[in-house]
Write a protein that binds this ligand. Structure first.
Ligand code: HEM
Length: 187
């Protein structure tokens, strides 16, 4: 253990690169699922035929939450591993700490806000297909893709630019045996 509870570990460079690849792919998959949510929600709320709107809502209810949650959790786990195994730490640099909080908040929102509403969305899709007026107000469907895509875009920008430097009070010494990571721009 090093300072302030930032546990450190070392990964061989090839393993670290493999974990980084998993991290980037899972982040990209998560963004892709969010784009799919935006398309399905937009189609379901839009002015198309009842058959297409209903099908889009049923697909949204049926297929989206699990891949979103899995990609979010893989992104979180691989990000935590990278943080622990490199000089970046988990709460040593602002850009990592903010991404950690963002990832945790989004995972929580998927579990407590998005997933519980999906049965109603599916039922609303079925009602629309049957030519009925859905019992649920679906306007809330605008928010999940908007919030998540914005947050993930910010997280991606943070990952590339690595702004804001160190969290206050974090010493500058890099613990012995900890990978210095790639020669990316350090804040
Ligand atoms: C919120 C969603 C996240 C997205 C979209 C994201 C995206 C990315 C991307 C695109 C990179 C590659 C940057 C580059 O190679 O220059 C990266 C690297 C990194 N991410 Fe994330 N990330 C996320 C969450 C996290 C979390 C939760 C952590 C840890 C708590 C984390 C820690 C790291 C670290 C330490 C690196 C640098 C690894 C290295 O250079 O060896 N990320 N992230």
């Amino acid at each position: 253990m090093s300072r302030r509870g930032s546990a450190t570990m070392s990964l061989p460079p090839r393993v670290r690169k493999a974990v980084l690849t998993v991290h980037i792919v899972s982040a990209g998959a998560w963004i892709g699922v969010d784009v799919l949510v935006a398309v399905l929600a937009g189609t379901g709320l839009g002015g198309g035929s009842d058959a297409v709107r209903g099908l889009a809502l049923r697909a949204l209810a049926e297929f989206v939450v699990t891949p979103m949650l899995v990609s979010a959790l893989v992104c979180l786990a691989s990000g935590v591993l990278l943080g622990l195994a490199t000089k970046w730490g988990l709460v040593r640099y602002w850009w990592v700490a903010v991404k950690l909080v963002t990832n945790l908040v989004l995972c929580t929102l998927i579990l407590v806000a998005l997933r519980p509403g999906m049965p109603d969305v599916g039922a609303a899709g079925g009602a629309i297909e049957a030519g009925q007026v859905p019992a649920t107000d679906l306007s809330f469907l605008v928010f999940p893709p908007a919030v998540s895509l914005t947050a993930l875009a910010v997280a991606t920008v943070l990952s590339v630019y690595k702004p804001w430097g160190r969290v206050r009070g974090q010493a500058r010494r890099v613990p012995t045996g900890v990978s210095e990571a790639r020669p990316t721009v350090s804040a």
